[in-house]
Write a protein that binds this ligand. Sequence first.
Ligand code: NCD
Ligand code: ZN
Length: 364
Amino acid sequence: MTQITPIIIHTAFDGHVHLRDGEALRTTVPHIASRFGNGIVMPNLKPAVKTVAEALAYRERILSYVPSGSPFDPLMTLYLTETTGSDELLELAGSEGKVVACKLYPAGATTNSSEGIPDVEKAYGIFEAMERLDIVLCIHGEVTDPSVDVFDKEAVFIDRYLRKIRETFPNLRIVLEHITTKDGVEFVESAGPNTAASITAHHLLFNRNAIFQGGLQPHFYCLPILKRDVHQEVLIRAATGGMGNFFAGTDSAPHPKNLKETSCGCAGCYTAPQSVEMYAEVFDRAGAFDPGQGGVGIGNFEWFMSKTGPTFYRIPVSEGYVTLRKETSEVPPDYPFGESGVVVPLLAGKTIEWKAERILRGGN
Ligand code: NCD
Ligand code: ZN
């Protein structure tokens, strides 16, 4: 491992985050704002955020929990349904950068996706309007076909649906969310400048062995599910390589402890408070911080964490900086969450090797 510290990057951008609603915001918002200056907020509440008015009201609820010393700009998304109309899309386009994308959930693909799109091909009218209005389409890229192996759902989605969407709407900006496979990386690399992908810290740090190490580990269960190490290696190369449209998206997805540690647990890993440190760990282990050792330097880390996402979404990079020092600390067992519960962070009780801190002064 290299020993270059501290590392200073522009304030990070989270390309995909779940903040939930109500009392949960008291936990999730300060956590995300302690590391990130802005982020793409997922709309899969119950009920889902389907209109611009709902997204703007949700944005205000989030803003009311942003700590005064840690500005955070929630960039909202609309949850696509079969009935999303062009009026709604027009309103989104006129929302002055407050609502920035629409999210396609194939119905049943993941947590709170039942209101999503049952047949992706029937949404082409929506995609056509989005392309015309230059609205970003975020895609949960997994098929819902129960006959497809859970580890293949992303690759099959790309072949069955995504290639055709890409070809049919060449000017539509598409984010393939939280990619987990070699297939996802190769697709994005070959699909041109209007296609990007977010990558989580946990899919970079772990592979599917983590779900079963020493017993069943429910906190490692997320969707898309962790894949084999060969996929993890390709993801690491994509993230650290500084090429193409790959950027950080934590997919931090909190669930109360009792709904994770149970006989039918929810999918989602809670990483927001440790995610920047986890990404740093990935780059450090890959030798990517040290050009002298064949790595690519801190610049690629900064692009991945702070610049590639905003460039793709055409928004400014957040003001201020994040510093990272190589310093070991223990991750707490849980955090208060919601009315009376707790949420267990992915690395609860483990140590992490980096310590991140936001600095506001001196921003550009
Ligand atoms: C997310 C959630 O809990 O909302 N879960 C997950 O496993 N990632 C939904 C999602 O992004 O798929
Ligand atoms: Zn998610």
